[in-house]
Design a protein around this ligand. Structure first.
Ligand SMILES: Cc1cc2nc3c(=O)[nH]c(=O)nc-3n(C[C@H](O)[C@H](O)[C@H](O)COP(=O)(O)OP(=O)(O)OC[C@H]3O[C@@H](n4cnc5c(N)ncnc54)[C@H](O)[C@@H]3O)c2cc1C
Length: 200
């Protein structure tokens, strides 16, 4: 990647800030990453995220363009994680959707939405309808507790285990940031922000 700039300052060492910092640094850019909280960014949403990538399942509440982006992310994540020094848990096992008997009507509605999404986004692997035996074979610990389910295969709908990226050993705190939560943090405020820089 060739960049039209040689250095960059990023506000926020959450998931996006870290990903952006690593990607720019890999392209030869000098990156300063600033975090309003501590260098570990304990307040970042990514710290508590379930870290699932399940674009087909999420189409129950997400529009088609977002589903397409989620599908792209399934192959992009391993590329982003591969060069990292510290391992980040990632798995692609597909998504198993189960429900209790009283939620059968809601499950039928979900299945209709997923079928419609499948028609609109054909690159997603089609969902499969499971019976109790199929579910027990996929997840033996569930036994025969569920009579019906849906399986969204890994190719089209998958699960990642952890969205948090470890911070570099160079992370260092500096005095408390005046730009906490401020979307208008200016260049002049950067030196006073807490700094969590992967490259300097
Ligand atoms: C409970 C929960 C579950 C979720 N589950 C999933 C899921 O299963 N799958 C999925 O894909 N996504 C999930 N998400 C969404 C995902 O966590 C977010 O989309 C993602 O973390 C956003 O990344 P971000 O870097 O933009 O924000 P964050 O991770 O929140 O990071 C923002 C950082 O910027 C810092 N900051 C803010 N302002 C400034 C400033 N002015 N100067 C310096 N630093 C600043 C903050 O302190 C924070 O550390 C979930 C979110 C939540 C809350």
């Amino acid at each position: 990647m060739s960049l039209p700039f040689q250095s960059a300052a990023i506000l926020g060492a959450g998931l996006m800030g870290r990903l952006l910092a690593v990607t720019l640094a890999q392209a030869g850019c000098r990156v300063a990453l600033y975090e309003a909280g501590s260098p570990d960014a304990e307040g970042a949403a990514a710290r508590v995220a379930a870290a699932m990538l399940a674009p087909l399942a999420e189409s129950a509440v997400a529009p088609v363009p977002l589903v397409r982006m989620g599908h792209y992310a399934l192959s992009r994540w391993p590329e982003l994680l591969a060069p990292l020094v510290e391992p980040v848990f990632f798995q692609r096992e597909g998504t198993l959707v189960l429900w209790h008997r009283q939620d059968a009507a809601e499950a039928a509605r979900l299945a209709r939405v997923l079928a419609r999404t499948g028609a609109e986004v054909p690159e997603l692997a089609p969902m499969q309808t499971l019976d109790g035996t199929d579910i027990a074979a996929l997840e033996p610990s569930l036994g025969q507790r569920f009579a019906q389910g849906l399986f969204l295969p890994a190719k089209g709908s998958s699960t990642t285990g952890r969205s948090w990226l470890p911070c570099s050993p160079h992370c260092k705190p500096v005095p408390k940031s005046p730009c906490t939560g401020s979307p208008r943090a200016s260049r002049a405020t950067f030196p006073q922000a807490r700094r969590a820089s992967p490259t300097g």
